[in-house]
Design a protein around this ligand. Structure first.
Ligand SMILES: NC(=O)c1ccc[n+]([C@@H]2O[C@H](COP(=O)([O-])OP(=O)(O)OC[C@H]3O[C@@H](n4cnc5c(N)ncnc54)[C@H](OP(=O)(O)O)[C@@H]3O)[C@@H](O)[C@H]2O)c1
Length: 235
């Protein structure tokens, strides 16, 4: 990773920030993208000279093109920017589901489109899917659908964008915000306990464990077109 440049959307928090930390520890430089400047600034202060940021809302196509134009040539893209939406299928408003797709699907789609002309030919893209496509749960149909779309896109892009490698990471239940709002302490503890009770590994995952898998997809030069599950054995 030494001397390579990695762009991480949603890089100010959660899995994106943990991925950026690991990339910097391995000698790369990183550009973090997200909407909240204060969060990005704090992350860059922690990461030091190897890090910089671009304030970006991935729902704005012109802004995405502008942000990647100002980055210029780079080596690896990891797209962690996403929102969240939960609720029974019958009760969710179509407009809310479309808004959710606008960030988690179209945001990743636009980022890849803007990145490809600037990516090194031996570089890579890691898109973020999630466990809910292949392991559906009630009330989470928007995630099932968006993750299926991302995993389909990965298969097609791995062929069309080659030799640039394109993979997806499908985190299981990770102790981060998952694109949503922070929970109060009691709700968070109840969630952590319920996840632990349902997993073979008996605990929720960490951002660092998901980031470790993202870095595998970035670094392994013979892996393309796959979705990698990091889910504590969720079945
Ligand atoms: N945590 C889990 O259990 C889990 C499970 C499966 C999949 N995932 C996936 O993992 C990825 C990372 O999520 P996370 O868990 O690390 O949650 P997170 O900390 O909430 O990360 C989401 C990031 O996206 C950014 N973002 C949201 N909307 C944006 C927009 N319109 N433009 C640019 N940036 C935007 C947020 O920053 P700003 O608000 O400042 O923009 C935030 O940094 C997501 O795709 C999520 O669906 C997570």
């Amino acid at each position: 990773m030494s001397g390579r440049k990695v762009v991480v959307t949603g890089g100010g928090t959660g899995i994106g920030l943990a991925t950026a930390r690991l990339a910097v520890a391995r000698g790369a430089s990183v550009v973090l993208m997200g909407r909240t400047e204060a969060t990005l600034k704090e992350a860059v202060e922690e990461l030091g000279d190897a890090a910089s940021y671009e304030v970006l809302d991935v729902t704005d196509g012109d802004a995405v093109e502008g942000a990647f134009a100002s980055v210029g040539a780079f080596d690896h893209l990891v797209t962690c920017a996403a929102g969240s939406l939960a609720g029974p299928f019958a009760e969710l408003a179509e407009s809310d589901v479309r808004d959710f797709f606008e960030t988690k699907f179209w945001g990743q789609y636009r980022s890849v489109k803007a990145a490809l002309p600037r990516l090194a030919r031996d570089g890579s893209v890691v898109l973020l899917s999630g466990f809910l496509y292949r392991k559906a749960e009630p009330g989470l149909s928007p995630f099932a659908a968006v993750n299926g779309a991302i995993e389909g896109l990965v298969k097609a892009l791995a062929i069309e964008a080659a030799p640039v490698r394109v993979n997806a990471l499908a985190p299981g239940q990770i102790d981060t915000l998952g694109g949503g709002e922070p929970m109060d302490e009691a709700t968070h503890q109840a969630y952590v306990d319920s996840v632990a009770a349902g997993l073979p590994l008996g605990r929720i995952g960490t951002a660092e464990e998901a980031a470790h898998a993202a870095l595998f997809l970035v670094e392994n030069t013979f892996t393309t077109g796959i979705t990698l599950d990091v889910d504590g054995g969720k079945r």
